[in-house]
Ligand binder design. Structure first.
Ligand code: VGL
Ligand code: ZN
Length: 232
């Protein structure tokens, strides 16, 4: 009787534990670490509030992933997404571009500058690929998959498919711009897609965070907390 009870208790605690961390990344999953660069954290040119807080969360998640892709916002000097490139425009205003409405940003993440470097404390032992984006002077690219013209591919979907990846977990900066656009395009390319909310931070410009959350949910992106992912 006693033994049966103990066995039952053990089973129950194992079940509870599995329910605690139900998501195992596995070999067919990739972590996409979006734009965790000096430009987007405190002291950078386009700091995201509390941006540095994503670093320990991502570092803790990293050992759960055999496959990690990193992205870098990598603009030319005088890039079309910079307010300074448009006479009479100020940062955070918008302008019409041939591919649609463009938010204008402070000059940020210029190629090869310390500002554009990855945050030094980021520790990603299995990172295999760095996708740089936004390097065409006249086109922005929030998404790691496709530039804002919705025509130019970065090659990331083909790369992931060639590596047998079926599921992606998107983290980094900023939740409502590059993370959201990357997650939406991942869905469009047919990947099961998670955004790990506490491993991302938002800019939240004129309700952009709520809008991005709504669009992501509609597209079938699953928004989870890092505690749901099983880590070693
Ligand atoms: C980003 C604004 C401009 C981002 C990049 O990484 O979310 N946001 N460029
Ligand atoms: Zn940018």
């Amino acid at each position: 009787m006693k033994i049966i009870l103990i066995a039952l208790l053990l089973c129950l605690s194992a079940a509870t534990h599995a329910a605690d961390k139900p998501i195992v990344a596995g070999s067919k999953a990739a972590l996409i670490v979006v734009d965790v660069q000096n430009c987007f954290v405190e002291g950078g040119t386009l700091p995201v509030k509390d941006g540095m807080a994503v670093v320990p969360v991502i570092n803790k998640l990293a050992p759960a992933f055999e496959n990690i892709v990193v992205t870098q916002d990598w603009h030319t000097p005088g890039h079309a997404s910079f307010a300074s490139s448009h006479a009479g425009k100020k940062p955070f205003e918008t302008t019409a571009m041939p591919y649609g409405t463009q938010v204008l940003w402070p000059d940020h993440c210029v190629q090869g500058t310390p500002d554009a470097a990855l945050v030094k404390a980021l520790t990603l032992p299995t990172a295999q690929l760095i996708i740089r984006k936004g390097f065409h002077k006249d086109v922005d690219s929030y998404s790691a998959f496709e530039e804002a013209d919705h025509k130019t591919s970065t090659g990331l979907a083909a790369y992931l498919k060639a590596r047998g990846i079926r599921t992606v977990f998107v983290v980094g900066l900023a939740t409502d711009f590059c993370v959201a656009w990357t997650a939406m395009d991942a869905r469009k390319a047919g990947f099961e897609t998670f955004v790990i909310e506490d491993a991302a931070r938002a800019i939240d410009l004129n309700g952009s965070l709520a809008a991005a959350m709504g669009s992501m949910k509609k597209a079938g992106v699953k928004v989870i907390e890092s505690s749901a992912v099983s880590t070693p």
